[in-house]
Design a protein around this ligand. Sequence first.
Ligand code: GUN
Length: 295
Amino acid sequence: MGKMGAEIIRQRGVIMRAKIIDGKKMADGLLEKAKQEIALLARPPCLAIVMAGDDPASQVYVKKKLDACKKVGILSKDIHLQSSASEKEIIGAVNRLNKDDGVDAILVQVPLPGTVDEDRILSEVSPGKDVDGFHPLNFGKLALNNSELIPCTPRGIIHMLKESGVQLSGMHAVVIGRSRIVGKPLALLLLNENCTVTICHSRTPGVGAFTRQADIVCVAVGKPKTLTADMIRQGAVVIDAGTNRQGEKLAGDVDFAAVKEKASLITPVPGGVGPMTVAMLIKNTIACYRLRGGK
Ligand code: GUN
């Protein structure tokens, strides 16, 4: 990329400041469209959220998700289990929701307490109600490029890139992070968009040698200042999927102040990837509703 950014820089003959991608504005537009779409459905879709424990970050995310449902006219069920909940109890809750005809979509908020097997629980969600696309069947379909339910954060990132005019085909994208929620599915999506994809992670020595070759750098590791200005090339596109609480403030994984001077496009934290995740959750809930035959 950033072919576009490179052009902007050349044309003006001066180093341009990065354009900041307004994820909040983009997400608000999508939520408004979703609200209109939902108003035309035969009945309101219903999303159930299962959370176990009281991880403060998860509580904030779940509240944002429930608020968005309310805003667009989606019904929600908030199932909050204790941190001491056993694997059997959580699976029991998921199975009841699988069988509940009034529930279209199920989200199991992760991380779950360390005492339970997250993979096992996520594989209990009915694939058609799997709003996050974390079930092995949907994750496999994602790898094969034919999934209807794509994990919300990576789906939001691809949407932001396309909406910002970034041509993906043929670009070299470097993804830092390989989590179930962001890194791994994002790498697959970028590959499906014909990017050349490099995945770096905690065991990669010399991450900068990879990112300096990238047109697009996406960071999702949960560590502030993972990406610094010396690690990117002039005009690169930078996507920050990190959310790190620093006292009252929220910081991403990118050294935003310095990197924005060198990038052609960059997402801020807050107001970048986060709101897009919520917007994509709403889109995926409608997709689940339609997958169940809802009109
Ligand atoms: N925890 C942080 N982000 C997410 C997400 O997108 N989905 C779920 N289920 N849990 C999360």
